[in-house]
Ligand binder design. Structure first.
Ligand SMILES: N[C@@H](CCC(=O)N[C@@H](CS)C(=O)NCC(=O)O)C(=O)O
Length: 120
């Protein structure tokens, strides 16, 4: 399985790099405000997972700088995702709400729809 998944993963990363979407042009001041509005978000993900690539591409297209948490690189992220989110599936968006409660959003389509409202 690894022998099939590894080259497909590299190909996905290469295509993503070559056909990288453009970010909107904003002034430094507006970008700072956009960054502040997404500071409560973290994306639990893997570099070559196609659904994660799709989500990261949408983030780039929207010009959003959301913290990326690689669940294979850091064991504590993987454990936190499973323990608190309920499953290991990525991408998953961790949303820390104003009252400090946490929402774990799992579907890439839902994540992208949710993130779109932070772009301006
Ligand atoms: N429908 C989901 C699919 C996500 C998905 O299948 N992710 C894979 C990696 S590409 C995964 O995490 N599989 C391991 C698991 O579900 O435990 C989405 O659109 O986000």
């Amino acid at each position: 399985m690894f022998l099939i998944r590894w080259p497909i993963g590299r190909l996905i990363l290469l295509l993503n790099f070559v056909f990288s979407p453009r970010s909107p042009k904003r002034s430094a001041e507006v970008q700072k405000e956009v960054n502040a509005s997404t500071a409560h978000l973290s994306l639990y993900q893997l570099p070559a997972c196609p659904f994660c690539v799709k989500t990261r591409r949408a983030m780039k297209r929207l010009g959003l700088n959301v913290e990326l948490r690689n669940i294979n690189q850091q064991e504590s992220y993987r454990e936190e995702l499973i323990r608190e989110g309920g499953k290991r599936t990525v991408p998953c968006l961790k949303i820390t709400n104003e009252d400090q409660s946490v929402t774990w959003m799992y579907e890439s389509g839902d994540i992208i729809n949710y993130l779109a409202k932070f772009s301006r």
